[in-house]
Design a binder for this molecule. Structure first.
Ligand code: ADP
Ligand code: MG
Length: 451
């Protein structure tokens, strides 16, 4: 069992980033297991609460996906020294008291009350509000799309909270499409398909699915989701789905699914304008008790424009460093900091060339071979991995990836991605290799563990 625990944590590492993992997950230890009851220890109360509020959900999901078991958890605070103590000054402000929301995967932080409306998100936010107030009627399905860090997940959770508060009898299922897929795979593998089916089709009145683009190209999962969709839709259950792009632009998504996702309301979220960014910063500063003046707020909001996550991250970063250096947060201080590439920028985009170079170097093959036609295993395996990583990390479409691999057909790329997916699920070594490569390609020191 402790194997499964460390494996599950390891499995989360690429998703959460090495820094977050080291800071928040590594210090949590598994003491013992009684049936499906896990007894964990944390080095202090703060770590315990932070872990509970931020990571427990994903860890449990990961465990469930891996073992097809649902675990419950008890966390004890021990005073033993830990491998990863937190320096005091960089300790983020303690989270608000946890409001436990009965749909267990909904984050207490993501509610309508603290979602700032602005030009870029007005339609999405008001439609979300309407859908939450009249689930299953006018806005069904409801599809929200937009770039990363713009508030899609926040709105999705907010809908869940509101429905739960106003219609507590409705059973809400919130799931990322990725976990939906993992659960589906586990259900098939462990012969628990009836349970899976009942969870999504019978015991569900509101289905909230995050990042549906993830299942594009995963035929069986798409097929399963299609049936879940139909059953719920016929029964007039509310379905809300988010994605990083509009339905018709999701490469590899089945046409019949695209058409259904378009049946209801489709709303997009665009990056926030300056006013909205200021309002978001003010709210975050107040919540985290960060002392910041109006002109510094304006200054910061003018510099960081890309997305809300980036914006909030910069604020935390600025305040953490000001705290460390024991200086006030001034415009100069902000400029000085955000001038440094590590803070302001999003991680540099990964290009297909990067992927090819890194994969070729790792396996000691030539880039021309990756792009060439040879089917020898020593070449074809690295090639498939490179295609898979290109798809995961660069956001390029299947046809584009095919093109950059010597003009191969998009179906070749789709097959390669599927192959690597499926081999990975039981080949640890391959999984580790892919993780290493992914980390190499995305290694980005700018992400402070603020999430
Ligand atoms: P996405 O799912 O679109 O990638 P998230 O919903 O995870 O983005 O949002 C990223 C962060 O930004 C979250 O902490 C979220 O609370 C915050 N956020 C995004 N939009 C808003 C908004 N309009 N008002 C307040 N916070 C926001
Ligand atoms: Mg999201």
């Amino acid at each position: 069992m402790s194997d499964i625990w460390s494996e599950a944590l390891q499995g989360l590492q690429p998703r959460l980033g090495a820094q977050t993992y080291d800071l928040w997950l590594r210090p949590i230890a598994l003491r013992r297991v009684t049936g499906t009851h896990l007894h964990l220890t944390a080095p202090n109360r703060f770590m315990k609460e932070w872990f509970e509020n931020h990571y427990l959900g994903v860890v449990l999901d990961e465990l469930r996906a891996r073992t097809a078991q649902t675990y419950d958890v008890e966390i004890e605070v021990t005073t033993e020294p830990t491998p990863a103590p937190l320096p005091n000054a960089t300790t983020p402000p303690p989270p608000r008291p946890l409001i436990t929301a009965p749909p267990p995967q909904l984050s207490g932080r993501y509610r309508f009350q603290n979602f700032i409306k602005g030009a870029g998100n007005e339609l999405a936010a008001s439609a979300a509000w309407a859908a939450a107030n009249e689930p299953g009627t006018r806005f069904n399905p409801f599809f929200i799309y937009g770039g990363v860090g713009l508030g899609k997940t926040h709105l999705l959770h907010a809908i869940g909270h509101h429905i739960h508060a106003t219609r507590p009898e409705l059973r809400i299922v919130y799931q990322s499409a990725e976990r939906f897929m993992n659960e589906f795979i586990a259900a098939v593998r462990f012969n628990q398909f009836d349970e899976f089916r009942s969870r999504y089709r019978e015991q569900c009145d509101v289905l909230l699915i995050d990042d549906i683009q993830f299942i594009a190209g995963r035929d069986r999962t798409m097929d399963e989701f299609f049936h879940v969709f139909n059953v719920l839709y016929e029964a007039e259950k509310q379905i809300v789905v988010t994605a990083d792009r509009m339905p018709s632009e999701m490469q590899g998504m089945e046409d019949r699914l695209i058409s259904r996702l378009n049946w209801g309301l489709v709303a997009d979220i665009k990056p926030p304008d300056l006013e909205t960014r200021i309002a978001i910063l003010r709210q975050k500063a107040e919540h985290d008790r960060i002392p910041i003046s109006d002109d510094v707020t304006l200054h910061l909001a003018s510099i960081v424009r890309s997305n809300v996550r980036e914006l909030e991250g910069s604020l935390v970063r600025v305040s953490t460093l000001a705290g460390l250096k024991n200086v006030p947060i001034t415009c100069d201080f902000v400029s000085e900091l955000l001038g440094a590439p590590a803070v302001n920028a999003q991680p540099p985009p990964v290009s297909i060339e990067n992927v090819q170079k890194t994969v070729a170097a790792h396996f000691s093959v030539r880039i021309t071979d990756l792009k060439g036609p040879r089917r020898h295993q020593g070449i074809s395996r690295p090639r498939m991995i490179a295609m898979y990583l290109s798809r995961q990390l660069t956001g390029a479409s299947f046809p584009e990836i095919g093109l950059r691999f010597g003009g191969k057909d998009h179906s070749t790329v789709i097959n390669a991605c599927k192959r690597i997916e499926s081999i990975q699920s039981d080949d640890r070594e391959l999984r580790a290799t892919v993780d290493t490569l992914r980390r190499q390609l995305t290694s980005d020191t700018s992400t402070v563990a603020t999430m």
